[in-house]
Design a protein around this ligand. Structure first.
Ligand code: FDA
Length: 392
């Protein structure tokens, strides 16, 4: 055996790659983990506001987007949030549930990177960090990866280089280029969990930059009930990030600004307190700046008693179904994840191995599986990484 031969080479020391390397290494496989960044897990370090939202208790296949919505089921059922939580607890990491099943470290995201590095060390994973991959070749059942002038060979190659979102952290389209070279299809990658930009008349909403409120946002049949945030470029906040993963260009999103109000709430307010101003009633539910901006656009003002029922119904309808027409998103530079990616049709859902290229695996964000905001994307990284790591 030459010093440069391994059982598996994993390219990408992010969430999925470290999980796969650790799992395979702990099964006695000789694993080389390669990354062009000096520091592994850079996205983990900045995730969840520095506390890493490392999983979600409500993980279920319907919280993931993919051309094949069934693909993620197998891996997700064989490596669950409880499995990762067991690992977190075994490493003494203290955690808390924030909201909607989202689990975070009490301390810092660094603890999750350390956990993965320790698991890799337990599996005696060899690392080659901070060196670009020069070439990947394949022949005679072996993959040959040249890194900084040194060639390494292995019968298994795991592509775990994620998607192109946030290039300044070292994100690239490497996975797609490699996949295409091996004859795998790639579903058009697009920025997801990304803020919207507003143009035209809606540019005026930028004046509300910094204002946040709980909304229900809808796009076709998909809806999310979370906070929305106006920014100096458009719309952000969890509700907007969530719907952005589904949104298609040149379509409108609908926002219910008063999701807690009962049907006919303005008419009821008119009956109960006729001398109250419309502005007063609306600012009871919405931040003042937002209420003023919306009412100005609706063009209705005054005491409730002076307004017809029809006018009040119109105001309520407008507040419940405000249509925004984003002219785009902030793109890969700001997208938390990339939707699309290596087509699942070419991969085994059990092992993540390419059907037509034995020994080639693709995992994590590189694959056409994208989770909702809230720890789902890391859970996919752990689950798909574990599936490949156990199969190698
Ligand atoms: P990941 O991107 O983590 O790793 C890929 C690795 O490949 C990187 O180390 C990169 O350097 C390396 N690489 C890329 N190109 C290469 C090349 N050509 N040669 C060698 N190496 C290469 N998710 C979640 O569930 N909870 C959260 O709290 C957050 N928070 C969050 C915040 C922010 C700001 C972002 C940008 C993203 C999140 N996410 C998240 C999403 C989450 O970070 C993401 O889904 C996972 O990191 C994906 O894991 P992967 O291992 O697939 O890719």
């Amino acid at each position: 055996m030459s010093a440069s031969s391994h059982d598996a080479i994993v390219i990408g020391a992010g969430a999925a790659g470290m999980m796969a390397a650790a799992q395979a290494g702990q099964r006695g496989k000789r694993v080389l983990l390669v990354d062009h960044n000096h520091e592994p897990g850079r996205k983990i370090l900045i995730s969840g506001g520095g506390r890493c939202n490392f999983t979600n208790l409500y993980t279920a296949p319907d919280r993931f987007l993919s051309d094949n919505p069934h693909f993620a089921k197998s891996a997700l059922s064989r490596y669950t949030p409880r499995d990762f939580l067991d690992l977190v607890e075994a490493h003494g990491i203290v955690w808390h549930e924030k909201t909607l099943g989202q689990l975070f470290c009490d301390g810092s995201a660094r603890q999750v990177v350390d956990l993965l590095l320790e698991e890799c060390a337990r599996g005696q994973v060899q690392m080659a960090l901070g060196i670009p991959v020069d070439a990947v070749d394949h022949g005679d059942g072996l993959f040959r990866v040249t890194v900084g002038g040194t060639a390494y060979t292995a019968p298994a190659l795991v592509v775990a280089t994620g998607g192109p979102s946030i290039p300044k952290l070292g994100a690239t389209s490497f996975a797609y280029d490699l996949a295409r070279r091996f004859g795998l299809a790639v579903v058009q990658p697009r920025p997801a969990l990304v803020p919207f930009t507003l143009g035209g008349d809606e540019v005026l909403f930028r004046e509300l930059s910094g204002v946040s409120t709980e909304v229900e946002v809808r796009w076709t049949k998909t809806r999310f009930r979370e906070a929305a945030l106006f920014t100096h470029r458009g719309l952000s906040g969890p509700a907007m990030l969530q719907i952005s993963s589904y949104w298609q260009h040149r379509t409108a999103i609908q926002v219910d600004f008063v999701p807690d109000a009962t049907e006919g709430w303005l008419l009821e307010a008119k009956r109960n307190s006729p001398r109250q101003s419309l502005r007063r009633v609306v600012t009871d539910r919405l931040p003042e700046r937002l209420a003023d901006a919306l009412l100005e656009r609706v063009g209705v003002a005054g005491e409730l008693v002076a307004l017809t029922d029809k006018a009040l119904r119109g105001v309520e309808a407008a507040l419940r179904g405000w249509a925004f027409h984003p002219n785009g998103t902030e793109g890969f530079a700001k997208a938390e994840v990339t939707a699309g990616g290596i087509a699942t049709a070419g991969l085994s859902s059990q092992t993540m191995e390419a059907r037509k290229v034995p020994g080639l695996y693709a995992i994590g964000e590189a694959v056409d599986v994208t989770g909702w905001l809230g720890g789902y994307n890391f859970q996919w990284a752990w689950a798909s990484g574990a599936a490949a790591g156990r199969a190698i």
